[in-house]
Design a protein around this ligand. Sequence first.
Ligand code: RM4
Ligand code: MN
Ligand code: MN
Length: 423
Amino acid sequence: MRINNDQIKASNKELLDVHKEDLVQLAKKHKNLEQIIDTIAKYNIAIPSWALGAGGTRFGRFGFGGEPGNLEQKLDDVAVINDLTGSANAVSLHIPWDIPGNAEAIKAKAHLLGLNFDAMNSNTFQDQQDQEHSYKFGSLCHTDKVVRDQAVAHNKEVIDQGVALGSKSLTVWLADGSNFPGQLNFRRAFENTLASLKEIYAYLPADWKMFIEYKPYEPNFYSMVIQDWGTSHMLAKDLGEKAFTLVDLGHHLPNTNIEQIVATLVTKGMLGGFHFNDSKYGDDDLSVGVIKPYQLFLIFNELVYGFDNNKANNPIPAWMIDASHNLKDPLEDLIQSVEAIETAYAKALLIDQKALEKAQLANDVVASQRILQDAFQSDVKIILAEARLRNGAALDPIEAYRKMDVRKELINERGMNNAATGL
Ligand code: RM4
Ligand code: MN
Ligand code: MN
């Protein structure tokens, strides 16, 4: 199904008058309102292809009716999110969950829907049917060269698939590590990983980037080869200027100061991108902004400051969601995540950076805190709504989605038992 302009206009009609009045009021408050609306209107976040169906845990999975059964249907779902929010014009694919049968046809379909392909994700954390060697004891780090070669070859294939679709980056996340002390020689595992990554890097087209994700634990519970941003940064540095660190918000030990990591990476020009999600305990992959919205705002503060003062020429990061949920309609959940990211961004744009710098230089701790919290406590719903309106999207995307009965339509089209590929 495709949402059309008339449906959007109809859903906006009732809300439009009040919205316009609110906007006039807000303009009196913020001098740079136009600029902020413009920035938010141009901002886009990539949707992960693996979050369009119900997520699961090792204890079970509760399917959701009307899930996309193939890549074409996944693109249709991303288009729904994009049509309603005006801020999700890209999809991030996971191979082999999403191998395109006919890349040209998939690319044409995506373009028709107004979508493009963000980073490609490789998967050497699961064994596939007919795979010769197992990743049970690791992939790029494996003690046996034939396993490493197989994992390298997979990453090269993912690059090929991405080239055919017009993607420009590869994200590597490794489950490699160990469950028991003594199981693995740390230094050998690191050296093997670096050597394997070098082979993949050498295969990258000139205009591609490689993003290296880190994670402190899970699925391995004693050690992960790329456990933290320092390790990722070290590897990326060794590889060359097309390699960067990717920050997945759920991949930190509790209470880690992620905004400081972001600031440091931008200082060094090494921040490649994000996987947005939220968590209370570990890699919970909850919808963005549900647990720690202030942290997200502080991260965006570092991004706004970082890119206004971008001495190391850090490229604009890849903005991706990486969430997986059990309970909600996946499309509603992703819409909520998109909104949460834009909310944090808009609030960060409201920070009076000059006043903050003045307060910081004067060591005025109270004033610094007030400046941040003034911005954080501002209501930016109208800013987001206006940005969406200018993009031809819905003033209230969730409300519109429900009024249009999208899920019911998808169930009619695809049935109750279609299961999307993914986790
Ligand atoms: C991992 C990591 C990767 C994602 C997989 C599915 O924990 O976040 O980015 O590709 O999950
Ligand atoms: Mn991730
Ligand atoms: Mn994760």
